[in-house]
Design a protein around this ligand. Structure first.
Ligand SMILES: C[S@@+](CC[C@H](N)C(=O)[O-])C[C@H]1O[C@@H](n2cnc3c(N)ncnc32)[C@H](O)[C@@H]1O
Length: 209
């Protein structure tokens, strides 16, 4: 079965995520601005689940890879950043759940609302192969009985994705990251207008480089 992410037009995803009551696109954008500052300008980064490139305008690093399963999202991302980031930006179409999918060797890996779709095991396997110095991810914190997909006029188009996701537990992710040699260095809650929360978790490699 085709991954449901390939069936959702970028415009539906972005319109949904930027609705006033959802505001996740705007908040993820602010978080990315801070995430890119985790390492020096001479570093490189990979953004997993880059979609249309929300937040990439804040990247002033030497090189940034944008990785996504949906080729149309990547086309839109390339068009948006043509002329501004094109010498630094490299886009890779990749299904991160595939065993042969390998991350580029970079200093910083960002994964915002991505681990929910590939799972902790696969995410940590990819990190353990690539061994970046820094990993920063955002997960949606599960609160009460609110639906994973927030209410909006576009929510029906996102329902197949809602069925694909699994809730990510901070403690389980942190334990697995510790097993592969990473310590939690930042845990930050971002409140959303509809009562949900995003949780930014930063990990740093324990390896002396
Ligand atoms: C919730 S969106 C997050 C988008 C983005 N990080 C943001 O700030 O808006 C999840 C993204 O991950 C991508 N994705 C989902 N499953 C994937 C997989 N198995 N391999 C690669 N990308 C995947 C989707 O296509 C989508 O662009």
């Amino acid at each position: 079965m085709e991954n449901p992410w390939k069936q959702v037009p970028l415009s539906s995803y972005e319109l949904h995520m930027s609705q006033k009551n959802v505001a996740q696109l705007q908040i993820l954008n602010k978080i990315m601005e801070k995430q890119f500052k985790v390492c020096a300008k001479s570093s490189d980064a990979a953004v997993l689940g880059v979609a249309g490139g929300n937040g990439l305008e804040h990247c002033h690093l030497k090189k940034v890879y944008g990785i996504d399963i949906n080729p149309q999202y990547l086309q839109a991302c390339a068009a948006r950043f043509q002329g501004s980031l094109d010498s630094q930006l490299e886009l890779w179409e990749m299904d991160l759940r595939e065993p042969f999918a390998k991350l580029p060797k970079v200093d910083l890996v960002l994964a915002n609302l991505l681990v929910e779709y590939i799972g902790i095991e696969i995410f940590c396997e990819k990190i353990a192969e690539a061994l970046p110095k820094h990993v920063s991810c955002v997960i949606q914190k599960v609160t009460g009985d609110l639906d994973f997909v927030s209410r909006s006029p576009y929510q029906d188009q996102l329902q197949p994705i809602g069925r694909l996701h699994s809730d990510i537990d901070k403690a389980k992710l942190t334990l697995k990251m510790r097993e592969i040699g990473y310590s939690l260095v930042l845990s930050e809650i971002w409140a959303l207008p509809d009562g949900k929360q995003l949780l930014r978790l930063d990990y740093q490699s324990n390896m002396k480089i």
